[in-house]
Write a protein that binds this ligand. Structure first.
Ligand SMILES: Nc1ncnc2c1ncn2[C@@H]1O[C@H](COP(=O)(O)OP(=O)(O)O)[C@@H](O)[C@H]1O
Ligand SMILES: [Mg+2]
Length: 389
């Protein structure tokens, strides 16, 4: 891999993948098979790049699962193309539980436990408290909640501030089975399949022993008011709402939770929002959290004495945690590049020089914060209207 490739930030890649996937789903629904295949393929390529560039990334399990789901869909679409003359291709809904449908469903969800720890999530104290009270305590002592507890938690805010991370950490904290569902992947199934997938997810969750956390990332792709109403969406939405209602009714002994995350809460419709009794904003880190985030991601770097968390946290005021991680990575890349260009890299025992405050300044000059003050205001306005902590 060329060193320069590392210039792509993880959240930019993730956002690009989401855009491609959403376009693919749209094309898929409209019957534009060729476009759908190429958009899914682009999403796959971007996600592959992401997991290759950042092999240690905590959330790679989720991305790999998405890659599989999209690959599955590409294969299905290509298969359909080959079958064009067969009778089934004009009515592609699958009825009944064929082994084929089962395999597809299994690729749609991952059930592995995330390795993210609660302590790995920096800041977000309000969000963590809300989750502790509505998920962690009820799982430990359900007897203390005779009136039940909220099942739906909506986590919203700008990209790169820890929504996905927090959901993964929650699953680890309550030792739950983690069912991670990508909304785009649900919708990309053949029409008529999507609602079946929704009910499968919930019935599987109900029949699993212990706590289950269903995590729906980028939920606006599934419930966005702007998604066009070509067949199926209304039914999928209603199915989902019904399943959510079922959770609180059959309530008491079941410990199924749903956490949904979105960057675009304003795209969600009122009936959907109502099902999520807790609505939590995950926003930019304050100064203390910025310092801690910097300390976390610079832990393994050689820093010059002037490059302190204190100094740097002043310079990164509106940067997201994910930006901060990238900044550390870019700063390291500078000194690595220097070492290679000096021809010393292959000498045994050679090492990079210390990273100085000026290195960070240079990196910051080339990298604007990924979230603008206008965006933050938009989240705050939405929060004022829909707050539920
Ligand atoms: N609060 C945080 N504490 C520590 N690291 C964070 C935090 N928020 C984001 N990150 C870093 O940025 C990456 C992307 O965060 P993610 O949870 O995917 O953001 P979101 O889902 O809000 O877009 C994480 O994997 C982590 O490395
Ligand atoms: Mg996310």
């Amino acid at each position: 891999m060329a060193l320069q490739d590392v210039g792509y930030a993880a959240p930019e890649l993730e956002q690009a993948a989401i855009r491609f996937a959403n376009d693919a789903v749209q094309a898929d629904r409209n019957g534009s098979r060729g476009t759908a295949i190429s958009k899914y393929q682009q999403a796959i390529d971007v996600l592959n790049k992401l997991v290759t560039l950042y092999p240690g990334y905590e959330l790679n399990g989720i991305y790999i699962q998405r890659i599989r789901a999209y690959q599955q869909r590409v294969r299905a679409l290509k298969g359909e193309a080959l079958d064009e003359t067969s009778e089934e291709s004009s009515a592609p809904q699958l009825r009944g539980e064929t082994p084929q449908a089962k395999a597809k469903y299994d690729e749609l969800v991952i059930k592995e436990k995330p390795s993210v720890k609660w302590e790995d999530v920096i800041g977000l104290d309000d969000a963590k408290r809300a989750i502790r009270e509505s998920v962690v305590y009820p799982t430990r002592r359900p007897d203390l909640f005779p009136l039940g507890w909220p099942r739906g938690i909506l986590v919203f805010g700008p990209p790169g501030c820890g929504k996905t991370l927090l959901a993964a950490a929650t699953a680890a904290e309550i030792d739950a089975t983690f069912i991670s569902v990508d909304a785009a992947a649900i919708m990309s199934r053949w029409l008529g399949e999507a609602e079946k997938n929704v009910s499968r997810i919930f019935s599987q969750a109900r029949s699993t022993k212990g706590s289950v956390l269903i995590f729906i990332d980028e939920v606006d792709a599934l419930f966005g008011v702007h998604s066009n109403e070509v067949g199926g969406e209304v039914r999928v939405r209603n199915q989902f709402l019904q399943e959510m209602d079922g959770l609180s009714e059959k309530g008491k002994n079941s410990s199924v939770y749903v956490i949904a995350a979105t960057n675009k809460p304003w795209n969600l419709d009122a009936p959907f929002i109502r099902r999520f009794q807790k609505r939590i904003m995950v926003s930019l880190p304050d100064r203390d959290a910025r310092m801690k985030t910097f300390e976390l991601y610079s832990k393994s770097l050689r820093l010059a004495p002037g490059a302190t968390a204190e100094a740097i946290s002043q310079m990164i005021e509106s940067y997201t945690p994910s930006d901060i991680r990238d900044i550390c990575q870019s700063a390291q890349l500078r000194v690595v590049r220097e070492l290679f260009e000096s021809g010393q890299a292959d000498k045994p025992g050679s090492s990079t020089r210390e990273i100085t405050l000026d290195d960070f300044k240079d990196v910051l000059a080339l990298r604007k914060p990924s979230v603008s003050p206008d965006m933050i205001r938009a989240y705050e306005v939405w929060y004022d209207n829909f707050k539920a902590l």
